[in-house]
Design a protein around this ligand. Structure first.
Ligand code: HEC
Ligand code: HEC
Ligand code: HEC
Ligand code: HEC
Ligand code: HEC
Length: 170
């Protein structure tokens, strides 16, 4: 008789967490999957000082930072023909011309039962490097901070940010 009630009352987060622990892909400090073509943050954001927001347009105003579409790359590699003879640039242009989006592999990936919002942090002046390390020096993207619950909750406590469970689990 009570089974139905029991089922409903099982905290959704606990079920999701269990599924996550069993099925989660590899997400850990040092995780650095190969991409369809190597993309070098050091060349772009470091040496050439292209602003992070030029490519990650969502960081200031939305939950998701977003990864740029190839049309953004073409601002320089298309008509401007920057590095036009480089093999990966040739590949990129061919994909763009045939309307095939590049399937970038996600590196930082919170489980679905965690809610995170970029704009709330970026607008408060939290630097990208706090959570992603020094991207402008990275030749290949890798996860450099644990981004686990303790990491989030500690900083929220120190900054008097909301810290009840429903802040990050909804
Ligand atoms: C604002 C201009 C600009 C944009 C936008 C841009 N790049 Fe570049 N890219 C450069 C410059 C400058 C270089 C270095 C060229 C050189 O050293 O000859 C470069 C080099 C490259 C190279 C060659 C790297 C190597 O090892 O030699 C690749 C691949 C590349 N970019 C991919 C991309 C991709 C993918 C995007 C979009 C996500 C993109 N670029 C967007 C300016 C840009
Ligand atoms: C020219 C475009 C460009 C610029 C400028 C750029 N990025 Fe990126 N970024 C990309 C692309 C393309 C990817 C996906 C490929 C990859 O992960 O290597 C990416 C991936 C990332 C990721 C990993 C995303 C994931 O899947 O977890 C982070 C974090 C990131 N960028 C942060 C930054 C920061 C911080 C800056 C500024 C210091 C910056 N990026 C500047 C194009 C750019
Ligand atoms: C307070 C920590 C924090 C800060 C600050 C932060 N990020 Fe993130 N970022 C994350 C987390 C957590 C994820 C994974 C989100 C997910 O999987 O839902 C992420 C994911 C990303 C991604 C992958 C695409 C996406 O939207 O999920 C990119 C790109 C990225 N961040 C870029 C940036 C840039 C650029 C900045 C600075 C302007 C920045 N981040 C600041 C924590 C942060
Ligand atoms: C460097 C410190 C810092 C870290 C690390 C951090 N946060 Fe925050 N977070 C804040 C601050 C400060 C605010 C309040 C922003 C405001 O007042 O608008 C906030 C706000 C939020 C909000 C919005 C709360 C609301 O009620 O709208 C969410 C959701 C959130 N953080 C989730 C996370 C998650 C998930 C992580 C870990 C992946 C994380 N945060 C890591 C400092 C941090
Ligand atoms: C500021 C954000 C934040 C707050 C507040 C928060 N959590 Fe989490 N929680 C996370 C993140 C991020 C993860 C994912 C951890 C990982 O990837 O290992 C997580 C994971 C979990 C998990 C899965 C097991 C684990 O440790 O990975 C459980 C269960 C959980 N949280 C319960 C809670 C409860 C209960 C509360 C309130 C007392 C709470 N959380 C408050 C961010 C938060």
């Amino acid at each position: 008789m009570n089974i139905k009630i029991l089922k409903i009352s099982v905290p959704i987060v606990a079920v999701a967490a269990l599924a996550y622990l069993i099925f989660s892909p590899s997400r850990y400090v040092g995780y650095s999957p190969d991409q369809p073509i190597p993309f070098n943050h050091k060349i772009h954001a470091g040496d050439n000082k292209i602003d992070c927001k030029y490519c990650h347009t969502g960081v200031e105003n939305s939950a998701h930072a977003t990864v740029p579409p190839s049309s953004t790359c073409m601002n320089c590699h298309g008509a401007g023909n920057v590095a036009g003879n480089q093999e990966h640039v040739k590949w990129l242009k061919a994909q763009y011309e045939s309307n095939t989006p590049v399937s970038w592999v996600k590196v930082h990936d919170q489980p679905d039962f965690v809610y995170f919002n970029h704009s709330r942090h970026v607008q408060r002046g939290v630097d990208c490097s706090t959570c992603h390390g020094n991207m402008a020096e990275m030749v290949k993207v890798k996860q450099s901070k644990s981004l686990n619950m303790g990491f989030c909750v500690d900083c929220h406590r120190e900054n008097n940010a909301p810290n009840d469970c429903s802040t990050c689990h909804r």
